[in-house]
Design a protein around this ligand. Structure first.
Ligand code: CP
Ligand code: NVA
Length: 341
């Protein structure tokens, strides 16, 4: 649902929050630097955010709880076993009740319709922490990670306007070729509606029966993103000229019963050095994965190797979610031109 200026603003704010929290993440920041750091505003002071999670989570939950804390507020984790939702109470009634006591809802749901229902009836903003179709906060972290590593894609030649992560403006990324090899799942779906709008090309390979469902593709077309997307079956063809290669699990949460058929369908789709070399990826290609990772979709050499940005990417879940919480739940101010410290 975010416009390009909103995405840019969130990325800028994420970077600024990350730098202002530097003394917390890096214990050896000098005293002078600590004094000069403007701490993040306590925009959630006295506020509570409901984390309504019907599926497991490590990163998204940690990012939400730790960033609500840094913004001076509380996050209440409401797992599927904890509350009446789904057993004794409807989404509609739950949304109204939570909204009466909390200032925001961050929800991880099964079917996407569940979050639409929450948003329809909630008196406070609802933010998608993952659904069957979409995983929007993941793509913000991926973009922040690419911006922080922009120098790798600029071949070491900073252009006019190029800034590093020392500034509060995300570095200017050149137009990238981003390849995705694997399942058409929630993470890819948000890439489809985001990367082409930011001027990047997407090249995707998936087995033909695992293509974006209609509601996703309708949205891709509505946003004019289809023109920036190449989609085939051959992973080698997909990685041609790729600056970044991305994948996700072949078995998303809730698809465990399909494991055997999925492992068979995705044979040959594992991201490896050999695959990317044979396919003609940019020799300096980098690797992203939302995590959690299974070795099926990417081997250890790539996952733990120097191309892999997966752990900085995981860390950036925190700063991007913190920016969203600050702007959306703390200030209700996603559109204003500037954010004061
Ligand atoms: N990437 C991600 O959403 O991880 P979790 O499922 O652990 O939150
Ligand atoms: N596609 C994966 C993403 C996990 C963060 C899933 O939905 O399980």
């Amino acid at each position: 649902d975010l416009s390009v200026p909103q995405i840019t603003r969130i990325l800028q704010h994420s970077l600024s929050l990350k730098q202002r929290s530097e003394h917390l993440v890096k214990p050896f920041v000098s005293e002078t630097r600590q004094k000069n750091l403007q701490k993040p505003t306590a925009s959630l002071a006295g506020k509570s955010i409901a984390l309504l999670f019907s599926k497991r989570s490590t990163r998204t939950r940690l990012a939400a709880e730790t960033s609500a804390h840094l913004l001076g507020g509380s996050a209440l984790f409401l797992g599927r076993e904890d509350i009446q939702l789904g057993v004794n109470e409807s989404s509609r009634d739950t949304a109204r009740v939570i909204g009466g006591m909390c200032e925001g809802i961050f929800a991880r749901v099964g079917e996407h319709e569940e979050i639409e229902e929450l948003a329809r009836y909630s008196p406070v903003p609802v933010l998608n922490a993952l659904s069957s179709l979409w995983h929007p906060t993941q793509i913000l972290a991926d973009l922040l990670t690419l911006h922080e590593h922009a120098h790798l894609f600029n071949a070491g030649e900073p252009k006019a306007g190029h800034s590093t992560s020392k500034g509060t403006t995300p570095a200017v990324l050149p137009s990238l070729t981003v390849a995705y090899v694997g399942d058409s799942a929630n993470v890819l779906h948000d890439m489809l509606v985001t990367y082409p709008r930011l001027g990047h090309r997407l090249r995707i390979a998936s087995p033909p029966q695992y293509r974006a469902p209609k509601p996703v593709w309708d949205r891709v077309q509505e946003l004019g993103c289809d023109k920036g997307i190449w989609w085939g079956e051959n992973p080698r063809e997909a990685v041609q000229g790729a600056d970044v290669v991305v994948t996700d699990t072949w078995i998303s949460m809730g698809q465990e019963a399909e494991k055997t058929q999925r492992l068979k369908a995705f044979e040959g789709y594992q991201v490896t050095e050999a695959l990317c070399k044979e396919g003609g990826a940019n020799p300096d290609w980098k690797f992203l994965h939302c995590l959690p990772r299974k070795p099926d979709e990417v081997d250890d050499e790539v996952f733990y190797g120097p191309r892999s940005l997966v752990f900085p990417e995981a860390d950036n879940r925190k700063w991007t979610i913190m920016a969203l919480f600050d702007l959306l739940f703390g200030r209700w101010d996603l559109d204003a031109k500037s954010v004061k410290a």
